[in-house]
Design a protein. Structure first.
Length: 296
């Protein structure tokens, strides 16, 4: 199997590592020279190209599977559309038109497509109700991914909040203040593991799959657990109402603060994936130990 990872950043690098270790041929694509160095340091081939540029995409090699894992870098809905919707359309048109077109395509989306469910559970059968301009773009992008041209089968992996090396944000939670609401999380290594599993087991063609760990957790509970594990006092807390009283919040930020849900991973587990970090307790262990060692 040859896998081409478009937008081979934080998640893509780990996916490439895991697929390479499993004996797959992997090519990662990024725009910057430093990005290519990171890919090569991870142990697989890197090609420098703008993945939203049709001419640049035409120079990329054929692949059995294409993974679109680009990030908009937290920018606005217009930028997200350029990357997630228009970028996907350009990529799919390029690869579907090839004589040796890929058989499989996977797009990394977000659980933000569900909108607000007042803390209730959501799964793949839950209707999508985006609450911001950007999450509306993500729903449109999923439609593109699930209906590729030609004979390509599309899959959408809806990623929960990503954490892992260099993205633990431990200090943010133990120092506070912490606003109430649910956290739905997934360790970077399990994102890569889940995507690799979907591809290698040849499952979820034409489907969306929630990629989230076993235990959504209240932010206050999570912060208190971290504080206890790190032997520090519990951080100050804020209610949603208190947070919304702050000056300078954009309309989009307000909608995000008011959005609450718990994401269920039953489908991913039924498809056979076994987690390396089933909950935040396992996933944060190394970071907690690093913190404790730094405080000695």
């Amino acid at each position: 199997m040859t896998v081409l990872i478009l937008g081979c950043g934080y998640v893509g690098l780990e996916l490439g590592r895991q697929l390479t270790e499993a004996g797959k041929r992997v090519v990662g694509v990024r725009r910057s020279h430093s990005g290519i160095e990171a890919i090569e340091d991870a142990g697989f081939r890197g090609i420098q190209a703008d993945i939203t540029d049709a001419d640049a995409l035409s120079t990329l090699p054929d692949a059995d599977t294409v993974v679109f894992a680009a990030s908009s870098g937290g920018r606005d809905a217009e930028t997200a559309r350029e990357i997630y919707v228009e970028g996907q359309q350009v990529a799919l048109a390029e690869f579907a038109d090839r004589e040796d077109a890929p058989d499989r395509y996977l797009y990394t989306s977000s659980t933000g497509v569900y909108g607000d469910h007042d803390g209730d559970w959501v799964d793949e059968e839950t209707p999508l109700e985006p609450t911001t301009d950007k999450t509306e773009v993500l729903v449109e992008a999923e439609d593109v991914a699930l209906d590729p041209p030609g004979e390509i089968d599309g899959t959408v992996a809806r990623l929960a909040g990503i954490y892992g090396p260099d993205r633990y944000r431990l200090e943010r939670y133990i120092e506070g203040p912490v606003t109430e609401g649910f956290l739905n999380m997934i360790h970077r290594d399990d994102i890569a593991g889940a995507i690799a599993h979907l591809l290698e087991a040849d499952v979820a063609r034409g489907e969306a799959v929630l990629v989230v760990d076993n235990e959504p957790v209240q932010k206050w509970e999570f912060a208190d657990w971290l504080a206890e594990e790190c032997s520090v006092e519990s951080p100050p807390k804020r209610t949603t109402a208190e947070r919304l009283e702050e000056d300078g919040l954009s309309a989009a930020a307000r909608r995000r603060i008011q959005t609450s849900k718990r994401c269920r991973n039953t489908k991913l587990r039924e498809l056979g994936y076994e987690f390396t970090y089933p909950t935040f307790r396992e996933g944060y262990r190394d970071r907690i130990e690093q913190y404790l060692a730094s405080e000695r």
